[in-house]
Design a protein around this ligand. Structure first.
Ligand SMILES: Cc1ncc(COP(=O)(O)O)c(C=O)c1O
Length: 432
């Protein structure tokens, strides 16, 4: 199989040839045809090289079409209509929920639709947290988290009198300082909230071991799965986590929809998050009672097209095979780390390729990350620059920002080669 290389990328003899490993099972050329945006030019005559999937992924035709079909053929509200359109919409939306749940091995009633991973974590903090946290309790998270897994805990700590503590990370490789875990995870800890994959370092965390450690002190384990679910097989029952959050838009699905997985007993004991239609069983002027799971946590008209779109995204990824998705990303990440090591003055933060997901955040001597992103953009290459919603992580490292390239099912080695060329150009532009 050959990877797509267009003229823009093949202007130089520096491009490497490569042999796909036998375990590498994605037909990337075919996969690329599934994403219409990859045919769009970044600028006139300059093809798009999209290396920003960790911020938000591109969408395959199957997802775009599933949402279009809903709006064109059976658009109606769900759960309340007796008419045909409403029944079709309800069936499509609820069938999507079932398939999304199966994707992470979660039962139907434990699969709750939210707006995104951020809302899922806020839901846990506000409902479980308000009901269970008291002054003197500790919430443990880590110093490398996305703000979505820091700020809600700070807010609920303020309300309840609990304290937030942060497990440090090893600066040299972006792994958690597990040797210090016993000092942080104690009988005072009521929640241990951590990411399964760092959105900056790319570090893949030992989730099951961290969950077991939380349970051993009687704490619940909350997993931020935003950078894990899109990229590797995830089984919440095998992890044994109490809650897990992720977003659709990072896994080929639309924005505006995410998932909270929670263990049934915990969800059943929690008060609702928001009040209104759909989440109630009975309303009287004297008070209200709550609907069954998962609807108890889903107030108001949901994001129907988006739920159907996420269902289509899960079907798409399932058809590719999550083992293949992971294998392809591991291959590309390995290739990228090696190729980027040729760029003088470039420093990649985080662990070696065999411990990281498809993310490479870096600094380039003498060039500010925002300038890097701008110069790469001129060559059609989309990367992210800034703190990536992880200001504490960057502060710990003593830097304000990094540039971040991130990879997905459609990323090719030719695109990585183009990144390397463009970075070398940027370096020369700044006289380094
Ligand atoms: C690790 C991690 N957690 C949480 C989030 C928040 O996701 P969202 O903005 O979709 O809620 C992100 C998004 O970048 C992330 O990378």
């Amino acid at each position: 199989m050959r990877f797509v290389r267009n003229e823009h990328w093949t202007r130089t003899a520096e491009l490497k040839t490569f042999q796909e490993p036998e375990t590498h099972m994605l037909n990337v050329e075919q996969v690329r045809r599934d994403f219409p945006i990859l045919d769009v030019e970044a600028h006139a005559g300059v093809p798009l090289i999209y290396l920003d999937s960790a911020a938000s992924s591109q969408k395959p035709t199957a997802v775009i079409e599933a949402m279009n079909q809903y709006y064109r053929e059976y658009n109606a509200n769900v759960h309340r209509g007796i008419h045909r359109l409403s029944e079709d919409a309800t069936n499509a939306y609820e069938e999507a929920r079932g398939r999304i749940g199966r994707f992470i091995n979660a039962p139907y009633e434990e699969t709750i639709f939210t707006r995104n991973a951020t809302e899922s974590i806020n839901l846990i903090a506000y409902t479980w947290g308000r009901a269970n946290l008291r002054a003197g309790d500790e919430i443990l998270t880590t110093a490398l988290e996305h703000h979505a897994n820091i700020v809600p805990w700070q807010m609920i700590a303020e309300m309840t009198g609990a304290t937030v503590r942060y497990l440090p990370f090893n600066h040299e490789d972006g792994t958690l300082a597990l040797d210090q875990l016993p000092n942080y995870l104690t009988e005072r800890t009521k929640v241990f909230a951590f990411t399964a994959v760092s959105n900056v370092f790319g570090t893949i965390m030992p989730v099951r071991a961290l969950v077991d450690a939380a349970h051993a002190v009687g704490a619940i384990a909350v997993v931020d799965g935003a950078q894990a679910v899109p990229h590797k097989p995830v089984d919440v029952k095998a992890w044994d986590c109490d809650f897990m959050a992720f977003s659709s838009h990072k896994m080929c699905g639309p924005t505006g929809i995410g998932i909270l997985y929670g263990k049934r007993d915990l969800l059943a004991a929690m008060p609702p998050f928001m009040g209104g239609g759909d989440m109630i069983r009975r309303v009287t002027l004297a008070g209200s009672t709550w609907n069954d799971l998962p609807y108890k946590f889903e107030a108001g008209t949901p994001s129907i097209a988006e739920g159907i779109g996420l269902g289509a995204a899960v079907d798409y990824l399932t058809e590719l095979g999550m083992d293949n998705v992971h294998a392809h990303e591991a291959f590309i990440t390995n290739y990228a780390l090696e190729a980027l090591s040729d760029v003088k003055g470039l420093n990649i933060i985080g662990p070696p390729a065999n411990q990281r997901a498809g993310v490479a955040a870096f600094t380039l001597e003498g060039v500010h990350p925002h300038d890097i992103a701008q110069l790469l953009d001129a060559d059609g290459i989309a990367v992210r620059a800034g703190h990536h919603c992880a200001m504490p992580l960057h502060k710990e490292l003593g830097i304000t920002a990094t540039a971040r390239a991130s990879f997905y099912v459609h990323t090719t080695t030719a695109e990585i080669d183009a990144l390397v060329l463009s970075l070398n150009k940027a370096r020369k532009t700044f006289g380094y």
